[in-house]
Each structure stands twice: as C-alpha cells, then as structure tokens.
Design a binder for this molecule. Structure first.
Ligand SMILES: C[S@@+](CC[C@H](N)C(=O)[O-])C[C@H]1O[C@@H](n2cnc3c(N)ncnc32)[C@H](O)[C@@H]1O
Length: 536
C-alpha cells in the first residue's frame, strides 16, 4: 500500500466573499489530471490525501478518476483570515481517498485508540472542555479520539510546508506508518477570481400576499415547489434552507433513506433546482448534508448560482474507535440577479477554549469572545430527551437562528422543504420572519405544528420557545422486532463501512440506538454476526 499527500496551493489574500468559480475550470482540470496521472501509477488500495481550500477541492473532485473512492472529508481548522462580518474563512479541506480498482473492500487501519487529541480544560470552570455528561466511563485518559475536524491553529494565509507538516504528522500517526508520505505541492496557484457583480431588482419582485406564508404543508417538496414556481416564476423566498435525508438508512416513519447513490443524487438535483427557482434574485440557498454528498451538491450548484460559503457544522459527536464523521457541510449559494442579503453584525461567541456547560455559561464573567467563523462548534445536537421529538434528526434551533439572522431581514420569507420537526419554522417565528415548510410525513407535520405553537411572546414582547418534547405515540404499540433491529444495525454498518459501536450508532441513528438498548441478546453477538456475514 502506498501513500500520497497532494497539496493544492492557494493565495487566500486575494479572496473576497463574493466570487464565482466556473471561469477557472481549466486550472482545476489540470490539478485533477495530475492527481489522476499519479494515481494510475499507485498500487490498488493506496491512500491518497488531497488538501486545499474547500471550494477548490470541491471543484477538483468533479474531474477525479472513478478509481479514487471517498473515505472522509476532513475539515482542518486554522485561524480566521478576514474580519468582514461574514463568517470568516477558517478552514481547509483534506480529502481522504483510497484507490480501488473494484468494489472489493481493501482494509486499512487507523490508530485512533492510542493517537488522540489531548484533553483541554475550560478557563472558567477548570473542568475538561469536552462534556461527557453522565457517561464519564467512556472518557479516555489519553484524550478524545480524532474526528473529521482537526484543529491546526496556524494562520491560513501563510501557506508553507509547516502547515502541511502538521497535517502530515497527524496522518502519519493515525495510519501508523513509519515511511514518509510522498508530498506533492501543486504549483498551480489558484488566486485569480472574478468578483461577482450584482444589481438589485428586489423592488420589481415584491409579493404582498403569499398563500403559504406561515404554513406547514404535508406534501412532497418537489411537487409543492413546482406549483409555487408556476404561480410565482420570479421566485418568492428569501432563504431556501434544507436539511434533507442523508441516505444513511435513518429510521424515518415514511421516507426510505437507502436509495442507490445515483438515484439519491438525481433526486437531490431535482429538489435543489426547484428550490433555486423558488428563490427571489439575490436569495440565499443553503443546503446541509454529509460531506460526501455536499461535494456533489457543490458541483451541481456552481453551474447556475454564486458560491458564497462552505460552512462546517462540527456536531460534537463522541468519536469512538475509528475516525468518526462528526461534521456536516452547509453550502451557501446566492441566486444571481439580486443583491445578497447579509447582516454585517458579527455574532460574538465565547472563545473556543471555553466549555459549553450551561452551569458554567451562567456563572462566567469577563469571557473572551470571538466572531463566529465558518466552522460552527457551539451548536449542540439535540441530545437531551426533554428537548427531543420523535424524529431521528432534529436540528438545534440555534443553528437555524444563526442562518436566518445572517441572511435575511424581518418579515422575509424562509422556506424549508424538509421541515421535519419544524426547526426552521420555529426559528423564523422567533425572529419575526415568515416561514413555509413541507414534509412528506403527516406525523412530522403535526410535531412541527405543535413546536411552532410553543413560540410565545413574553411580557417584554420578546418571542420565546418553550421547550417540551412532542411524542406522538402510535395507537397500537408496535412489538419489538428483533430481526428488524438486527437488519437495521447490519445495514447501517454496511453503509458506514465499519463495525459500529453503540456510541457510534447513537450519533448516526438515535431511534436504532434506543432499540439496541432493549436488544435482548448480547450486542457483541450481533457485532460478530455482522462481521461473519462480511458486511463490513
Ligand atoms: C433530515 S430530516 C429534517 C429534520 C429537520 N431539519 C428538523 O430539524 O427537524 C428530513 C425530513 O425530510 C422529510 N422528507 C423526505 N422526503 C421528502 C419529500 N420528498 N418531501 C418532503 N419532505 C420529505 C422526512 O420525512 C424528514 O422529516
């Protein structure tokens, strides 16, 4: 097995927040061709790492050979570059690929048991920054396991070998090789981009009355949007956000979350394009997904929209055993023809060395604050039962607040085609925006309606969300189906390409995790069965 590290140089100084990339296709193709050429000389199973600014790396992937199979997209965090009030750029992408001539799995080891990120303590409460909650026994004295977000901590605009040495060292230690990685520094400098020109045609496009303002619509999103676009061909929404199913075989009550890759991506292109049409010129399209799919969304969207931000939501998982996918990508694109809306007020948050414990937050004084960058680490997943609905992937309201406050004004229209528990609608209501959400599942629409009704004005006239979970029990209590639980676990392992621990299942599928806790046999037996069937 051979190892290669390819670094795409860039010049961050020339970056501006508004740029388009399509005119640089040839540069990107040259980089991809060089990587493809080197790959053809490597042995089957070789590991290839390619680093670069996220949108450059995303572009390059479009032209890479099919022999290079996706393992991980790692987000490498640096120090913020600019301070323009627009989520400053602070990360690099590191694509971790493997050369595979056929579909046959080629195992490689990651040394995440011994090589770990050392613990840090919170400057305010002196407790460890990472909170294990009631599960302190899972804490490893050597530190937390590596996830797919790495903190590098240097300045992003000083590109030199030292930066790569840090990444290279981590790779070295993780894959446990003593041989030096072959490092190639691409000398194609990608630093010249066209500044977006925009004009404002918002005034031509004011829709006073929209029949779906503040509505939860129980429908397939594509047919719904198509109907809206027929009536309002110039678009109606200011933000179209989406958090679609990720094709990870999650346990939705109606939607089957396990399409073939091509089928899934074709379906995504359909709703992404419809969503784009439903936006007003200058409107914001945000799409959240796991990095593997986000790369495809990026390459699709760049063809007709202006790229703006590659945001990383580090969802603070508890990685266990192997490098654990912990982050989601939120891509932000702007519809041409209008001015991008952006609040120039920077949201300030406590500096990253502070912990996120509520008890500590309420007691802190003189906290050092920093501007929110394009890596978000301070939005907890919805974990505690008291906040959780009967839905496998409910988003925290804080995450939606951040997006809505940055990219829209009061009374604007926010659309979420995959509404789920209504997080986008709740946030819109709190922040005095109009919302329209759709969900194919009537059960989730009911949960969303209840959640929206929980936003109430307090005595000071400020809207608040009163937390209380909505559990809608089915009338006939379903019996525990051992076979179904086993199959779901095996299929999740197969998709993740690894034997999952209970903790990892918790991150990927909360419902399956709760069922596994009731599993009447030994969990280790189920794991051995999964290995015997060669599913991982
Ligand atoms: C990842 S979840 C969204 C969760 C949501 N962001 C929240 O915070 O609760 C995806 C949702 O899409 C819904 N869905 C799947 N296919 C759909 C379709 N064709 N049209 C509308 N909704 C769909 C599912 O029922 C599920 O609730």
């Amino acid at each position: 097995m051979e190892y290669l590290f390819y670094n795409i140089k860039h010049n961050v100084k020339n970056l501006t927040p508004d740029y388009i990339l399509t005119n640089k296709e040839n540069t990107v193709k040259l980089i991809a061709e060089e990587i493809n050429d080197i790959t053809s000389k490597l042995s089957n199973g070789s590991l290839i790492f390619i680093s670069g600014l996220p949108f450059i790396l995303g572009n390059v992937t479009e032209f890479l050979t099919d022999e290079l199979k996706f393992n991980y997209w790692i987000s490498c965090e640096y120090l913020p570059t600019n301070n323009d009030g627009d989520f400053p750029l602070t990360h690099f992408g590191l694509l971790f690929l493997q050369k595979k001539e056929s579909k046959k799995p080629i195992p490689f080891k990651l040394n995440t048991k011994e090589y770990r990120v050392p613990h840090t303590t919170c400057p305010s409460c002196n407790k460890l920054t990472k909170d294990w909650g009631g599960k302190k026994h899972t804490m490893n004295p050597l530190g937390t396991a590596y996830s797919d977000v790495w903190y590098i901590g240097d300045e992003l605009d000083k590109i030199n070998d030292r930066h790569n040495k840090k990444i290279e060292n981590i790779i070295h230690n993780l894959i446990g090789i003593d041989k030096k990685l072959e490092l190639i520094n691409s000398d194609i400098v990608y630093d010249d981009r066209k500044i977006k020109t925009s004009h404002n045609i918002e005034s031509d496009n004011v829709i006073q009355f929209f029949e779906y303002d503040n509505k939860v619509v129980n429908d397939d999103c594509v047919s719904f949007i198509d109907e809206v676009v027929m009536k309002h061909p110039n678009g109606v929404f200011d933000i179209a956000f989406s958090d679609p199913p990720y094709n990870l075989n999650k346990n939705y009550s109606k939607y089957e979350d396990n399409l073939r890759d091509k089928e899934y991506l074709d379906w995504c292109e359909k709703w992404i394009y419809s969503k784009y049409q439903s936006l007003k010129p200058g409107g914001s399209l945000l799409v959240m997904n796991i990095p593997k799919w986000s790369i495809h969304h990026f390459n699709f969207l760049k063809k007709f929209m202006f790229f703006d931000k590659w945001i990383v939501w580090d969802a603070l998982s508890t990685p266990a055993g192997k490098l654990m996918p912990a982050h989601y990508t939120i891509l932000h694109f702007v519809k041409p023809g209008g001015r991008k809306k952006i609040s120039k007020t920077s949201e300030m948050i406590p500096e990253k060395s502070y912990c996120l414990r509520n008890t500590c937050i309420s007691k802190r004084k003189d906290v050092q604050t920093v501007e929110v960058t394009d890596i978000w680490k301070d939005c907890h997943r919805v974990k505690h039962n008291k906040n959780k609905n009967d839905h496998p992937c409910q988003l925290p309201i804080k995450l939606l607040d951040r997006i809505i406050n940055k990219y829209s004004n009061e009374n604007d229209r926010i659309f979420d085609p995959f509404g789920g528990t209504g997080s986008a609608a709740v946030s819109s209501k709190i922040n005095n925006r109009n919302f329209t959400i759709t969900d194919i599942d009537d059960k989730y629409c009911n949960i969303a309606e209840t959640n929206i009704s929980r936003v109430k004005e307090n005595l000071l006239g400020i809207k608040e969300y009163i937390l209380e979970p909505t559990k809608i029990e089915s009338k006939t209590k379903s019996k525990y189906n051992i076979k179904l639980v086993e199959e779901s676990y095996m299929s999740l392992c197969e998709k993740s390409n690894k034997l999952l621990t209970l903790e990892e299942v918790l991150i990927l599928d909360v419902t399956l995790h709760s069922k596994l806790l009731l599993y009447p046999k030994k969990f280790s037996k189920l794991q051995s069965m999964t290995t015997r069937l060669k599913l991982v």
